[in-house]
Every structure is written in structure tokens, then in C-alpha cells.
Design a protein around this ligand. Structure first.
Ligand SMILES: Nc1ncnc2c1ncn2[C@@H]1O[C@H](COP(=O)(O)OP(=O)(O)O)[C@@H](O)[C@H]1O
Ligand SMILES: [Mg+2]
Length: 366
């Protein structure tokens, strides 16, 4: 084992395994541990031993910390609150104390630590010090935070989809019906006016009104279907994607084609909503950024995997540039794919078009 100058070493000379005493083996074991800070405190809390894991996690070398009080590892708030002394008292009276909280490295940075302090007593029961084991939990804590954030994001998305569905239904069923009724009344008015003399200007006005009502009904249908395409619920994902491609071609004059090799029952509502929204976002990007003349949407299903590709022949983008603060489209796609336990890749370079390739386990889409 490599040891630096000021660290203790008990195996300076080459030894064979059988020469090593039990005590030395424990020493070697503790020296080998990198992921935990394992060290001893004297009964008053001064550092009495130090392992490489402790140096790695806390940043002090052996020579710098031996003899110093262990409150150096605590935050000023914890020191002011008397926490270090309290933890030793509990360890002395109960045998052991465990704590999770912020600790401070040599350079002043903080890390989230899991700490156990155990009282060490001699055969007669006299306190000879404390064994302290500290683990840096920062990565785990971050991971747990990310997991929580992503669960919240998924819940927000589901709530939003449900709300949009409700508004779309209200718009269609309630306002849509009222517009139909209004149009019928105006048509009746036109018919009764037509029967009388000198009403030409009024008849023309009722005709204009009817045209305006038609335009309103069309806007209403468009807004409702943007909120929630009725096809998605009525006919399922594949039909909705075909409609999306057709609608996109009409709206933007960019030829969109949907090639679909998948059977409908493979998609549950969560998967079809997510895959549909992904294609919608990808097409919005094509309209907004690509200057493309065509875009191809391909959905294919094998036994284990669903693959979704959206590829255009536009100007492409430099993907290694950091995505700007307000660009949530590609991030949103990533998040939706993550929720389906799938993988996504974006490939593009200037002049080469843009390609989004997604695959999702069928187990998550059924
Ligand atoms: N189909 C595409 N063609 C060219 N560039 C694209 C395409 N899709 C995305 N991009 C680039 O990637 C960036 C990030 O996209 P996105 O996250 O959707 O954000 P936004 O569309 O709001 O700019 C875009 O600003 C654009 O530069
Ligand atoms: Mg976008």
C-alpha cells in the first residue's frame, strides 16, 4: 500500500499474509476503505486516528488533523447549538449516535453526511474514546432530489393533460353547441326576412353573421383540438399521428409523412399522450427552426421496443452548444421519454437536418 510521509504505516517491510496479526489486518482494512471516513476520537473529542477515506471526504491530511477537535467538521450553526458535544454525550451514554446533516470540508465546502459515533470502552468499561464513521451522501441526496423532481414533473404533466382534455371537451360540447344553435337562429332570421320586401341589406347582414359564426366554430374546433386532439381519445395514437402529419402539411406547407408500423392496442393512454406530445413538439420545432421541405415521422413496434423517429431535411443545428435558458422543447421531450423509461437521441449538424430517435420498452406503453 502506498503511504505518504506523515501517515502511519505498519507494513513498511514486505510481509506474507500469515505474518500479519489480526490487529494489523483491521488496520489494513480501515486504511483500504475509501468511501467512508473512519477515525477515532479521544474521550474529549480530539481526532486520534485518520484513514485515507477521511482524507478523501474531509480534505485534511493525517498530519493536519490529528489532535484537533472534531467540531472542525461541523457547521458554525451546529457548533453554536452545541451539537458536537451533545453527540459525544449521547454516544457515551447510549453507546452510539447516528446523525444525518451538513458537515464542512477543509476548504469550507459543505457535504451531506451520514455519521455514526460509537463509544469505545476498555475491558473494565472505561471510556477510551469514540469511533466515528462518516459517509458523504451528497450524490445520493441529489439523486433522490432529482427523482422527486421528476415525479412531480410527471404528476404536473398528467394534471395538465387532464385539465386540457376537460377544457377541450367543454369548448366542444358547450360553446360548440351554442354556436350551432346561434347559427340556426340566424339562418331562420334570414329566411323570415327574405319573405318580406325591402330587406336586402338586412339579409346580407345575416349572411355575414353566419359566415362569422362559421369562422368562430372553426377557431373553436382548432383550439379544442390543439388542447386535446379528439382523435387521440377516439381512434388512438396511430390515427392521431396521421392526422397531425396531414394537419401540419396543410398549416405550414412542409410535407409531413407518417409511416406507422404498430398495432393500436400496444399504447396505453399515458404512452400515447406522451408520444403524441413529443411528435407535436418536434413538428413545432421543424416549423420554427428547420426551414425544411419535408419531415418524416416513423413509428415502429417490435416485440420489446417501440421506436419513434422524427427526421427533417432542414438546416439542422449545432447540438454541442448549450441549449438556451428558455428552450424547454428538447428538455420536455427528454423528460417524457424518461417517464416512459426509454432512451432518446438528437442528431444534427448544420445543413444536415435534425433527427430525433426514441425507443421505449413496449412493457411501458401497453
Ligand atoms: N428541427 C430542428 N431544426 C433545426 N434546429 C432545431 C430543430 N429542433 C430544435 N432545433 C434547435 O434546438 C434548439 C432547442 O429547441 P427547443 O428545446 O425546442 O427550444 P425552442 O424551440 O424553444 O428554441 C432550438 O432553438 C433550435 O436551435
Ligand atoms: Mg421548441
Amino acid at each position: 500500500m502506498a503511504t505518504s510521509g506523515n501517515e502511519p504505516s505498519r507494513n513498511d517491510k514486505a510481509t506474507s499474509a500469515s505474518d500479519v496479526s489480526l490487529e494489523d489486518r483491521y488496520f489494513l482494512l480501515i486504511e483500504a476503505v475509501q468511501d467512508y471516513a473512519i477515525f477515532m476520537l479521544d474521550p474529549a473529542g480530539h481526532v486520534a486516528s485518520w484513514n485515507p477515506g477521511a482524507q478523501r471526504i474531509k480534505g485534511y491530511s493525517h498530519g493536519e488533523i490529528i489532535g484537533h477537535h472534531f467540531s472542525a467538521f461541523y457547521t458554525p450553526e451546529d457548533i453554536a447549538a452545541g451539537k458536537p458535544a451533545r453527540e459525544l454525550e449521547i454516544a457515551a451514554s447510549d453507546g452510539r449516535v447516528e446523525d444525518e446533516g451538513w458537515r464542512v470540508r477543509r476548504d469550507g465546502s459543505r457535504f451531506w453526511a451520514n455519521v455514526t459515533i460509537s463509544a469505545v470502552r476498555d475491558a473494565a468499561g472505561a471510556l477510551i474514546g469514540f469511533a466515528k464513521v462518516t459517509r458523504d451522501m451528497t450524490d445520493r441526496t441529489r439523486l433522490a432530489e432529482l427523482e422527486r423532481a421528476s415525479m412531480v414533473a410527471a404528476q404536473v404533466q398528467i394534471t395538465r393533460e387532464n385539465e386540457q382534455k376537460r377544457i377541450a371537451r367543454e369548448l366542444h360540447d358547450d360553446l360548440g353547441q351554442q354556436l350551432t344553435a346561434l347559427k340556426m337562429s340566424v339562418a331562420l332570421l334570414e329566411a323570415s326576412l327574405g319573405a318580406k320586401a325591402d330587406t336586402t341589406p338586412l339579409v346580407q347582414q345575416t349572411q355575414t353573421l353566419q359566415k362569422e359564426i362559421d369562422a368562430m366554430a372553426m377557431s373553436l374546433r382548432r383550439i379544442a383540438s390543439d388542447l386535446r386532439p379528439p382523435l387521440l381519445d377516439d381512434l388512438g395514437l396511430t390515427a392521431a399521428l396521421e392526422w397531425l402529419a396531414e394537419d401540419f402539411t396543410k398549416r405550414y406547407g412542409i410535407a409531413a409523412t407518417a409511416h406507422i408500423e404498430a398495432d393500436e392496442p400496444k399504447f396505453n393512454e399515458f404512452a400515447s399522450t406522451n408520444l403524441f406530445r413529443i411528435v407535436q413538439e418536434a413538428l413545432t420545432n421543424v416549423a420554427r427552426h428547420a426551414k425544411a421541405s419535408r419531415v418524416r415521422i416513423e413509428l415502429a413496434c417490435s416485440r420489446d421496443l417501440v421506436s419513434l423517429d422524427i427526421e427533417d431535411n432542414g438546416v439542422g443545428a449545432m447540438l454541442d452548444l448549450p441549449v438556451g435558458g428558455a428552450s424547454f422543447g428538447l428538455l420536455g421531450i427528454r423528460e417524457r421519454v424518461r417517464q416512459l423509461h426509454g432512451t432518446v437521441s438528437f442528431t444534427s449538424s448544420p445543413g444536415e437536418g435534425f433527427h430525433i430517435a426514441i425507443s421505449v420498452p413496449t412493457a411501458c406503453t401497453r
